[in-house]
Design a protein around this ligand. Structure first.
Ligand SMILES: *Cc1c(COP(=O)(O)O)cnc(C)c1O
Ligand code: SF4
Length: 441
């Protein structure tokens, strides 16, 4: 245990170095442990003492949802790849040799879905601006360089490519001047979303360097912070040495007349059980910030309606606002975590039916795909045909937002790219988007 100045338990990260030791608690045999270590050569692994000691129920592993949220599983990757890597580990192969094979496996996993690299990177003149994404007119995403890691990694993370040390897969910036310049040149931008990784991994002085210059921009109505820190390290807002300074920075944002929206990622109600989370939420709300919540729907972690009902209710009680349920993106071990669109809709509907109107601020299930955020509104029988009813919650082309459209019902479909239009020869966004990007994600 590491103690900081205030005497509370300090942050302690565990990485793949500690994997063997941690897995002892899961009661796995040597062969299983080896296969998990093989998976961890490909996908990033990181967790911390709070997650391990307070969130995971070790008596329920390997089925425990919190365990599955952060620990790699032997069957997350194709069996031949896992066997090949396990063989290398067992034979004591060199780091270089293992990395070469791990890299090969990674490249098969669609590391950058939804045209992230090409389509959304803005330019000043001809020059691409690194660390920025501008997909929807009103919102710019910024990836601060020091915020590209997290207090723990989710096994299902669609940003996993950023964590595995492949320099050409990283996109981040420490050039706040460039961000400010870009926003000034784009009067349609009213919201900045700091994202990562997790921006709350940054200490207060660094976070302040990014946030303060934004307060000068009159056109900005809101600053958002996308974060899982309330789930993985709520101490950040309560006992960490810079907790109070961080909250003062939040107050400064709201006092400047801007909305500070804390976009909190919670995967499971367990993450809201500890007392320190309750405290952290109350302290953040005290600054005038709003906490909105979001999470993807993940097989074997939260794929039943009761989990979501409990989650949304608990969030409401603590003063948070349910915002999005996402469909897992088509990257990484997607087959492993994928829930069909038909099932996703059922889970959403059944959970939604059980909560009061105050929780029905939530939208979903939503796919963040190339044309925008596509919501599955339901399954219906129209003119004798079974169809999915869909609409765009967000779109590159604002003309298309909120207009219903249809796809042929397919019980196996897990992503937009699996769907074909019904009653039309193309989807509405296909006429409007770049032809080459057609349904690529
Ligand atoms: C979701 C998202 C946003 C924000 O959309 P809202 O509907 O305003 O929450 C902005 N940019 C990208 C790329 C997104 O995926
Ligand atoms: S907290 Fe978010 S960015 Fe970090 S690993 Fe989880 S899903 Fe990925």
């Amino acid at each position: 245990m590491i103690l900081n100045q205030s005497g509370s338990r300090g942050y302690r990260a565990y990485t793949s170095k500690h994997l063997d030791e941690l897995l002892m608690r899961a009661g796995l045999d040597d062969e299983e442990k080896l296969r998990i270590r093989a998976v961890a050569t490909v996908l990033p692994f990181r967790t911390n003492a709070y997650v391990v000691d307070e969130l995971i129920d070790w008596s329920a592993t390997p089925d425990d949802p919190m365990y599955r949220l952060v620990f790699p599983q032997a069957d997350m990757l194709p069996e031949p790849d896992v066997s090949r890597l396990a063989g290398l580990l067992k034979a004591g192969a060199s780091k270089g040799e293992i990395n070469d094979v791990a890299r090969e496996v990674r490249m098969k996993l669609n590391p950058h879905p939804a045209g992230q690299l090409e389509l959304n990177i803005p330019r000043i003149g001809q020059e691409p601006v690194p660390g920025l994404q501008h997909k929807y007119p009103e919102t710019v995403l910024f990836f601060p360089k020091q915020g590209q890691t997290c207090h723990a990694y989710c096994t299902y993370c669609f940003r996993w490519a950023q964590f595995v040390g492949e320099p050409d897969l990283k996109m981040a910036s420490d050039d706040i001047g460039q961000l400010v310049g870009y926003i000034r040149a784009h009067p349609e931008v009213t919201s900045v979303l700091l994202t990562g990784g997790d921006p709350m991994i940054m200490g207060e002085p660094v976070l302040r360097r990014y946030v303060e210059p934004l307060l000068e921009l009159e056109q900005l109505e809101s600053i958002r912070i996308g974060t899982k820190s309330l789930g993985y390290w709520p101490q950040r807002f309560v006992t960490d040495p810079d907790a109070d300074d961080t909250l003062r920075l939040f107050s400064q944002v709201t006092e400047s007349g801007k909305n500070l929206a804390f976009m909190a990622h919670f995967s499971h109600p367990r993450e809201m059980e500890s007392e320190i989370v309750t405290k952290a939420v109350a302290r953040i709300l005290d600054t005038g910030a709003i906490i909105r919540t979001q999470a993807p729907l993940i097989r074997s972690i939260n794929d039943d309606p009761a989990t979501w009902t409990e989650m949304w209710r608990k969030q409401l009680t603590l003063g948070m606002v349910p915002y999005y349920m996402f469909v897992e993106r088509d990257t990484g071990p997607q087959d492993y975590f994928a829930v069909t669109l038909a099932r996703a809709y059922e889970v959403f509907r059944d959970a939604y039916a059980e909560v009061s109107g105050l929780c029905r601020t939530v939208r979903g299930p939503s796919m963040s795909a190339t044309p925008g955020k596509v919501c599955v509104d339901g399954v219906a029988e129209v003119a004798g045909q079974r169809v999915f009813v869909l609409h765009l919650i967000q779109s590159r082309d604002p003309q298309l937002v909120g207009r219903p459209f249809f796809a042929r019902y397919d019980p196996k479909a897990t992503w937009l790219s699996d769907l074909t239009p019904a009653f039309a020869d193309r989807f509405p966004f296909e006429a409007a988007t770049v032809a080459s990007a057609r349904l690529s994600a």
